[in-house]
Design a protein around this ligand. Structure first.
Ligand code: E4P
Length: 216
């Protein structure tokens, strides 16, 4: 299973790369806006930090506009992946880009039928949103099980399921249980995954005991 970082914060990407945790990065307009920097500048910077896929989300609403934007973004780095919202115009662009060999992520997937259409259109990555379904009292993680169950039956659809909208460590555990290919995780959730009170207590005790018997 691969881990992508769901952030546009270059400092954090650099830090977490040092632990070998970053196979790729996902961004969206909200995450880019939080940096206070320009979209192009941020994506170019992220491309210098990691070797893996860097997801850059388009904002055009027509297939023609998306294609233009996609071609521009691809000039910023070979590893850029064009992130496109799930709708009719989006899927037209996904299919055209797949014919050109340009990888796409279909984002804002909230149902199995949407995942099937995105896979069929030629998306490289499918992004079901877990947390936003939970927010409306629907079970986000069930969607992951349903999508992986269906897609595993059709290996000819050469795409990877990337769990997104991850809000806490249990979402990560459930996504892993569902057998997704990738989980895109916000840095805050990575921090939560790292810690356990018994680990901290254990380290403190070992350091205390080491003072009695370890020579310095
Ligand atoms: C992924 O790339 C999505 O844009 C992101 O995970 C959405 O997360 P949110 O629902 O917490 O905004």
């Amino acid at each position: 299973m691969k881990i992508f970082l769901d952030t546009a914060d270059t400092q954090t990407i650099r830090e977490l790369s040092e632990m070998g945790l970053v196979d790729g990065v996902t961004t969206n307009p909200t995450l880019i806006a939080r940096t206070g920097r320009k979209f192009e500048e941020v994506i170019k910077d992220i491309c210098t930090l990691i070797d893996g896929p860097v997801n850059a989300e388009i904002t055009s609403t027509t297939a023609g506009g998306i294609l233009e934007e996609a071609h521009r973004i691809r000039q910023w780095g070979d590893q850029t992946v064009i992130k496109i919202p799930m709708n009719r115009e989006g899927l037209k662009a996904v299919w055209r880009l797949s014919e050109e060999g340009i990888p796409t992520t279909v984002t804002l997937i909230f149902s199995v039928p949407q995942a099937i259409l995105a896979a069929k259109a030629g998306a490289r990555y499918l992004c079901p949103f877990v947390g936003r379904l939970d927010d409306i009292s629907s079970e986000g993680t069930s969607l992951l099980y349903d999508i992986t169950t269906v897609l595993n039956k059709y290996p000819e659809w050469d795409c990877e399921v990337m769990a997104a909208s991850i809000r806490h460590p249990l979402h990560v555990v459930e996504a892993a249980r569902a057998g997704v290919d990738i989980i895109t995780i916000p840095p805050k959730v990575i921090d939560q995954m790292l810690i356990h009170p018994l680990t901290d207590k254990g380290i403190a005790q070992f350091l205390k005991d080491a003072e009695l018997c370890y020579t310095k």
